[in-house]
Every structure is written in structure tokens, then in C-alpha cells.
Design a protein. Sequence first.
Length: 145
Amino acid sequence: MDYLEKAFNYIRNSDNSDFEGCKPEELVQKAENFLELKFPDEYRRFLLEFGCGDVDGVEIFGIINDKFETNSVPDAIAITSKERKNVALEKNLIIIADSPEYYYALDISNTSVHVIELIPLKKASECEIVSNSFGEFLCSQFGIL
């Protein structure tokens, strides 16, 4: 079983899971258009099946609805857009979670997708890679690696 399926099964079977639920393809496409990028396949699957939410206190940002300009946590599209305006966030990054000190972001600049610790005032290329895929990131956050 790959990381993404392992994480999805964990979400589905947890008693402490609270997710928005399925989002339509049209909404996911609208979010991509809004951010002017294409979501990586694993993240797209997450958005379509779960939207956004948390399990065991671990919050994963995604899509709530199409009010990207006014939404906030846990709407990844709204947060990513706001950070692009506030701190010139690079266009190849999608903010997917946070910690007390920084955000986690999908870095889609290369042929392979990585999750990085997005440290304030650092370029993505200077930030530590914490996972080699979205699925691996989920598993590490849920403590099921």
C-alpha cells in the first residue's frame, strides 16, 4: 500500500476525523485557475475526496468553497493567495498545513513534488524538504509511517 492510500485509510477509519467531504471537480478546477497552477495528482485526490479538515488534531488545508478571497484556515487556496500578496510567496508553492513557527507547503516547481517547511523570509530553495510526496507528508503528520 502506498503512502497516500495508507493516509486515506487512516482518515476514513479514525474516530477523530473531521473533514469537509467530497468536493466537485469543477470547484477543484476553479481553485487551480484562481491560483494559476495545476494541483499535483495526490493533492487533487485529497481535495476531491476530503476537501480539508483534521484528524487527531492534525489539520490539513484544502478547499472549503469558492470564496477564496474571504476564506481562511483551513482553506489552502485562500491562505496561499493571501501569502502571495503579503510576503510575495512563490507561485510554485501551495500552503497545506501549519505549525507554530511556519507553514508546510507543496513545492511543485520540479518534476517531482516535495513538501517543505516554509520558513518566513526564506526562499523555497533554502527550505528543508520534509517529505517527498503529499502522501508521505500525511503519513508522517499522522504518525503512521
